[in-house]
Design a protein around this ligand. Sequence first.
Ligand code: GLN
Length: 553
Amino acid sequence: MSYPTKFIFVTGGVVSSLGKGLASAAIGALLESRGLTISFQKLDPYINVDPGTMNPFQHGEVFVTDDGAETDLDLGHYERFTHARLGRDNNFTTGKIYYSVITKERRGDYLGGTVQVIPHITDEIKRSIMLVAKDVDVLIVEIGGTIGDIESLPFQEAIRQFKSDVGKENVIYVHLTFVPYIPTAAEVKTKPTQHSVKELRSIGIQPDILLCRTDRFLSKEIKSKIALFCNVDIDQVITAKDVETIYEVPLVFHQERLDDKIIELLNIWTRAPRLEKWEQLVEKIKNPKYSVTIAIVGKYIHLRESYKSLNEALCHGGIANDCKVNLDFVDSETIDESNCRERLKNADGILVPGGFGRRGIEGKTTAIQFAREQKIPFFGICLGMQMAVVEYARNKAGMKGAHSSEFDKATPFPVIYLMKEWFDYKLQKVQKRDVTSDKGGTMRLGAYPCILKEGSLAFAAYKKKEISERHRHRYEFNNAFREKLENAGLTASGVSPDGKLVEIVEIADHPWFLGCQFHPEFKSRPMEPHPLFVSFIRAALDCKRQKPGGSSA
Ligand code: GLN
């Protein structure tokens, strides 16, 4: 394509949680389906340098990219909806921007000048946007927060300036707003949208497209009212109707001719969109033949956002098996031997996800023991894998009191521990870490290679020998206990190329019992479901069929 890169800036108004991330991802999907290459960037107004150290209860999941960046969960949506593969530069926070400006100031780069929000911070923001604008037809930049928040003002000012920098034919502003239906008046209300657009215009941004989040298609009258008050044409007002499944968003946007409008405004010529795959996907999700229930035994169960990619990956595993996956979130703090059977009786599969901190640890081990003994398919991810090793060591390999040294420094059998020295395949150098290492700075982060053992469950799922998966953890399987555990039946079926880091464990005399040190959920896509999730859901489905009186429907 011979165009310069075009830019779509997505802002949100009225309230948060309207689905700006999904809307941006869906726009990306539509443009990709028209043959354009796209990328994304998320600009977050908070001061943390990255979301890595933020509490999942507050912030939701931390999404990890191949290059090991800990990023906002919206990057997960972008990667799931498109072929864009993102990294460190695709997510900037206020903290990261200021950090870099202050570093430059200390270094003397500003030659004694007064360093100010405008132009220094705004210039830094624009430079950050340009970093990922290379080699793509369209860059979609989502601004976190809601218009009117003081925190995001520098980002808003920067994107306002951006239009004159790169030319007005290369930039559009998409504003996601809310059009509530008020039952007592039996009407949808446009006032919040009018106010939000007024706010946006007061900082100099005239939106080109209004995405109106609502529970019904907006009538022509409502659209023209919004158009009149917000200074846009009626075909620039798009209904962003609530949908049954998030994967329907691109289809609903297309029905509203959003992609036609975008390419017209940006003056791009493309082929017609090819959306058959999306249509088939939605059809499959809406009409599954079977269903299974997976119990997720974890700590962050009250905030579903904390397990965003995991929930999606389970759904993808379901799609591949023509199966709806019902999620039963179980608080691991409330599980013990006395109530475990009752609490997990509906589960066709049990999954223990990743996590940090000792809260609810014993409940997780109890659930794992139950899954192992009752031969219920079990999937342990990161901390879930580590606790599966602990459980096996304690109950099958005669290591009473075994634990991860993260939770018990004095355990006689630290089967999971901080590895002092290991070869880092990503950075191609030996890494050292110990208990005094900086919090956050010592994690194994991002994509690492792993070699699978032929004949294993993992090999059967992936159907290849070498894989690459994303990590986010500090602790590792302790090789001092490997032989003992392997002799007791816990196989290391995936290891690093040098054989020193155990990445996958599994047991043989069980329908499906597998733990992995990495987070496979980050690489699952609706159109390319992750092999481990496909295999796990298939096993859960088989388990359900075999239950007395069981049917899989
Ligand atoms: N807390 C464990 C570790 O740091 C597991 C981390 C995780 O599950 N992501 O190794």
